[in-house]
Design a binder for this molecule. Structure first.
Ligand code: DAK
Length: 257
């Protein structure tokens, strides 16, 4: 892959968008490589994934604007579908994906972060949906995922004014889970990944499924889904191990079975 780096360290894999000269802007090739990278890290050994950007300035400064003027409506639609497929794949990924937002996360870059399961920002991070400055609107799910995360009012303000939030404000509105210094960003995300790695992988995966699918259901439908997925955990060896370890007053050893 030309623009994506993958580092696997024990149970935590880090995927880095590596195009710092263009502030990690997202071309169709970058989107395809990101999608391939998710396949590479979807192994039993990897229990959590970190997504970040190379360099000190950007997570990803959005879709590659320099390609836009040559797009007609059909290419624009194809590009949006490609980005939406990637964000769907991120959201449905069976291991938690943590966005480590090291700088600008704008437009499509912010939407990538929104599709991750959680977001940690460095003090230098800036997040926003400035598409309206370019005469377009959010195209990788921002108009749908942002209001689900921060509420309709804040989302509409961000999407219609293009105002960019700093890390403190992003934390205040619930757009990111935590803010760290630039140096502590990756260690903090790795620590979260390692905490997850100590848990039962199938229980974690089913939890992701319950929350992701449940948010698009009525409460009643969501509770039904939860009951079914909860029942599924009772088919796993890890459920036997986890409960037995509690009774025996020892640490569980989960195998993912
Ligand atoms: N695309 C391409 N190149 C970019 C870029 C981008 N999004 N952002 C930055 N760069 C490039 C700059 O052109 C510059 O390249 P050179 O001129 O050196 O060749 C290099 O990265 C460094 O950037 P700057 O010199 O501008 O750096 P500054 O620190 O001065 O400014 C900045 C940083 C992030 C404030 C500024 O670069 C900026 O405003 N960038 C654009 C941010 C932005 O507007 N992002 C949203 C993009 S729109 C859709 C599908 C998808 C989308 C929409 C619709 N459908 C088909 C429906 C998604 C849209 C977007 O994401």
């Amino acid at each position: 892959m030309e623009f994506i780096r993958i580092d696997i360290s024990g149970p935590v894999a880090t995927i880095t968008i590596d195009r710092p000269k263009a502030l990690n802007a997202l071309t169709p090739q970058v989107l395809d490589e990101l999608s391939q990278a998710l396949e590479v890290v979807n192994t039993d050994e990897v229990r959590a994934v970190i997504l970040t950007g190379a360099g000190e300035k950007a997570f990803a400064a959005g879709a590659d604007i320099k390609e836009f003027p040559s797009f007609g409506p059909f290419q624009a639609q194809e590009f949006a579908v490609r980005g939406q497929n990637l964000t769907r794949k991120l959201e449905a990924f069976p291991k938690p994906v943590i966005a480590a937002i090291n700088g600008f996360a704008l437009g499509g870059g912010c939407e990538l972060a929104l599709a991750c399961h959680m977001r940690v920002a460095s003090e230098k991070a800036k997040l926003g949906q400035p598409e309206v400055n370019l005469g377009v609107m959010a195209g990788f799910g921002g108009s749908q995922r942002l209001p689900r995360l921060v509420g309709k009012g804040v989302a509409l303000e961000m999407l219609t004014t293009g105002r960019v939030l700093d890390a403190t404000e992003a934390l205040r509105v619930g757009l990111v889970n935590a803010v760290t210094t630039a140096e502590e960003l990756l260690p903090t995300c790795i620590k979260i990944g390692e905490q997850i790695a100590g848990k039962a992988p199938r229980a974690v995966a089913l939890t992701l499924e319950a929350v992701n699918r449940g948010l698009n259901m009525t409460l009643e439908e969501g509770l039904n889904l939860e009951a079914q997925l909860f029942a599924l955990t009772f088919t796993t060896e890890d459920m036997q191990e986890g409960t037995r370890a509690f009774i025996d007053k020892r640490k569980p050893k989960f195998t993912g079975k």
